[in-house]
Design a protein around this ligand. Structure first.
Ligand SMILES: N[C@@H](CCC(=O)N[C@@H](CS)C(=O)NCC(=O)O)C(=O)O
Length: 190
């Protein structure tokens, strides 16, 4: 089995990176720096034509999009107990959180860090960025109200639902204390 994770420092590839380490399989990290626009290179576009990080290759199977990557790894390695592969409400709840992290929370960071994705003129960038900050605060309020009562995002142990975004690194204020404590051990990776 060969496993390769394409990552960029500080990017949302942090989530599958943590999950792969939790799983304990040997894997290769390939750095594709979004800051240096390595993700626009022909070599990387041949892996992921969308030009986004992360991408995972297991043997010859290439997979992109964090919710898909995380759910796939969770199902493939049930012994790591990071994902409830039950086909029931707990799995639906997990997928709900993974999807929301990717399609809503992550987008607030894109507004702040990549405003050119949303408007063409640089004069409008500050407005997009302000909106991104406000949207992220709204996400934090939702996280607080829905998850703040619990030690972990789902169930009674560390799992993958809270990892899909670099906003969820230990440096950030987060109410899900168990997850934050566990993630602290990964403060040296990104
Ligand atoms: N929907 C994708 C989003 C991936 C994404 O946008 N990743 C960022 C890094 S956190 C990226 O590749 N940015 C490069 C760019 O914007 O050019 C997912 O959930 O995996």
């Amino acid at each position: 089995m060969t496993i390769v994770l394409y990552y960029s420092p500080g990017a949302c590839s942090f989530a599958p990176h943590v999950v792969l380490r939790e799983i304990g399989e040997v894997f290769e990290l390939r750095r594709v720096s979004t800051a240096d626009r390595d993700n626009d290179s022909p070599e990387y576009l041949a892996v992921n034509p969308k030009g986004r990080i992360p991408a995972l290759i297991i043997n010859n199977f290439i997979l992109t999009e964090n919710p898909a990557i995380l759910a796939y790894l969770g199902r493939k390695y049930p012994e790591a107990m990071l994902y409830p592969s039950t086909g029931k409400e707990d799995e639906a709840r997990c997928l709900e959180l993974l999807a929301w992290s990717s399609n809503t929370v992550h987008v607030t960071f894109a507004q702040i860090l990549r405003p050119e994705r949303f408007v063409l003129g640089a004069t409008d960038f500050p407005a997009v960025q302000s909106s991104g900050h406000a949207n992220f605060q709204r996400c934090l309020t939702i996280i607080e109200s829905h998850l703040g009562q619990h030690t972990f995002a789902i169930g009674a142990r560390f799992s993958m639902e809270i990892t899909p975004n670099p906003s969820f690194t230990p440096e950030q204020r987060l109410p899900v204390f168990g997850e934050v404590l566990r993630l602290r051990q990964y403060s040296a990776i990104c």
